[in-house]
Design a protein around this ligand. Sequence first.
Ligand code: CMP
Length: 140
Amino acid sequence: MVERTLGIVKPDGIRRGLIGEVLRRIEGAGLKIVALKMRQLTAGEAEGFYYVHKEKPFFKDLVNFMTSGPVVLFVLEGENAIERYRQLMGATDPKKAEKGTIRGDLAESIQCNTVHGSDGPETAKFEISYFFSQTEIITR
Ligand code: CMP
């Protein structure tokens, strides 16, 4: 099934000049980028995006981190895109992520883990519509 998923290059990835490297890996894996923009998130936007984690002990630090610099937001499209992009990213904790994955090769820590990706169809729907209007997504 052709799916769409929401991805983010996080502030640590941008600080280290990894936008191109992340997008190269995504395109190399055959996933289509159908929307793309750079934004500085407000605290309110980051809190709303990560609301499912609001009770977690790392929530405040996560919001501070996600607003510490700009992020690159994108929508990917492809057959089984949600799971394929998750495989490409690797585990949340870079210590557990396999070599060859984005986090395994590039991420600094469980918080500064370089990229985000939706974890399932419902989340993808919410996350895409959180940051992109329909007219910002290319259909071809
Ligand atoms: P992400 O996949 O974007 O989803 C939640 C984010 O919280 C995660 O990546 C990390 O950036 C951050 N985070 C910080 N500490 C933890 C933790 N202990 N477990 C999971 N996520 C964490």
